[in-house]
Structure formats: C-alpha cells, structure tokens
Design a protein around this ligand. Structure first.
Ligand code: NI
Ligand code: MN
Length: 226
C-alpha cells in the first residue's frame, strides 16, 4: 500500500488496484501549489468531516474522476444534492468495499460546512485490506476510544494522526494516541498549513523517537509504503 501526503490532511492511498483520496484540500493550500488536482483520479474520496480544510476540492475532483464519496450520512446527503454519488456511513459502522473494509470511527471535534449547514458528527477511518490495516484519525482530540481500534482490527501498519495542536491533538497527545493504538509507525498530518498549527519538525520527531516510535513528516507529494 502506497501512501502519499498531499499537504494538510490530504492523503492519497494506492492499494493493489484502487486509489483512495482522503480530505482533499489542495487548491487552498499554498504549500501544495505544486500538486495538480487534475492529475488525481481516485476511485473513492473519504471525507472525515465537513470543515473547509477537508472538503474544498471534493466537488472538482469527484466530477473529474467519477469517484464515489464515503463519509457520514449528513456529508453524503450534502454532496448528493450537488449531483455527486456517495456511500453514507455512521460511527461504529463498517462496510466491505472492493478495496477493503472501511470503519467510520469516533472523533472529538466539530463539523459544519462552510455555508453553516450541519455536517453530522466528525469521524475518522480504519481501512482494513487483505494485507494492511491503517487508521486515519481525522481532526480529533486524544480519545480513550482509540484503545478499541487494535482490539477491533488487530495490529495497525500505520496510524495517520493530527499533530498540529490548537484545533486537534498536538505531538504530546499524538504519542499517547499511538500507545493506545499500539502502533509505532505514525504519519503526522494537519500541521504547518496555517499559523496556528506550525510545528517544530525536529522536536516532534525527537519526542516520538524518545518513546520508540517513528514519526514520518513527508514533504508534500512524497510517499511511504506499508
Ligand atoms: Ni476540522
Ligand atoms: Mn481541519
């Protein structure tokens, strides 16, 4: 499984034969100016919650690619009114897609669309394929519920955790989250994009290393494999 960081909370996941995009916010991110959204042709777009910095490019990319959206019921209903097609879920539920099983997990955050309409409760995702399990936390505080995840799906190959603080967990909480998740390989996201969430990369990686965990901070456009 190949995971490409496209800036902020945008992740591109390539399984053996499917491409899954998570929370596309590219055209609004100066740091991701070198990423061309027209080059993205995902089969699916996963959306954790309705905030602008997670949905900005959903419509354009979905229309370009014909991607199926996967999110909570309220977010799918919102985009269906705009002519897109999606698969609605809610917390605690899972569904077998052609690339693997997706679980919609708990997040503590808020979730309204830029126009003020209700986005349901925010979430995260576990993607469970034949060979790999990855967890994408979404925007969230540290929650004790994270302990349930390895119990539910077994060992995780990768946890994608917000580390920018202020709007979500910061580094200190993300290290505890990694403990709860029983996962020592972390991809950090939701940092540096705005002034409120700028972090010291070296210090963050040292903090994780002290706890025998590896924090990947990928340059935008770079990939890692699990
Ligand atoms: Ni948010
Ligand atoms: Mn956000």
């Amino acid at each position: 499984m190949k995971i490409t960081y496209l800036g902020h909370a945008t992740i591109l996941i390539e399984t053996k034969d499917k491409t899954i995009l998570v929370d596309p916010f590219i055209t609004g991110n100066e740091l991701a100016a070198h990423i061309d959204i027209n080059s993205l042709k995902p089969d699916y777009i996963l959306i954790t919650h309705a905030h602008q910095d997670h949905i900005l490019d959903v419509e354009v990319i979905a229309k370009n690619s014909g991607a199926t959206l996967i999110s909570n019921f309220e977010i799918i209903s919102y985009f269906e009114k705009k002519g897109l097609q999606g698969h609605p879920m809610n917390h605690g539920g899972s569904w077998q897609f052609d690339f693997g099983r997706v679980h919609y997990t708990n997040a503590i955050h808020s979730s309204s669309f830029p126009d003020g309409s209700y986005g349901g409760q925010p979430g995260g995702f576990i993607i469970e394929t034949k060979h790999h399990n990855i967890f994408i936390a979404g925007d969230t505080a540290l929650t004790y519920d994270m302990k349930l995840i390895p119990r539910l799906v077994g060992p995780l190959d990768l946890a994608v955790l917000p580390i920018g603080d202020n709007f979500t967990m910061g580094v200190k909480q993300a290290i505890i989250a990694a403990d709860f998740l029983e996962c020592n390989t972390i991809l950090g996201y939701h940092y540096d994009t705005f002034g409120y969430i700028k972090i010291d990369h070296k210090n963050a990686q040292e903090q994780f290393a002290k706890d025998h965990k590896e924090l990947h901070l990928l340059p935008i456009g770079d990939s890692l494999k699990v």
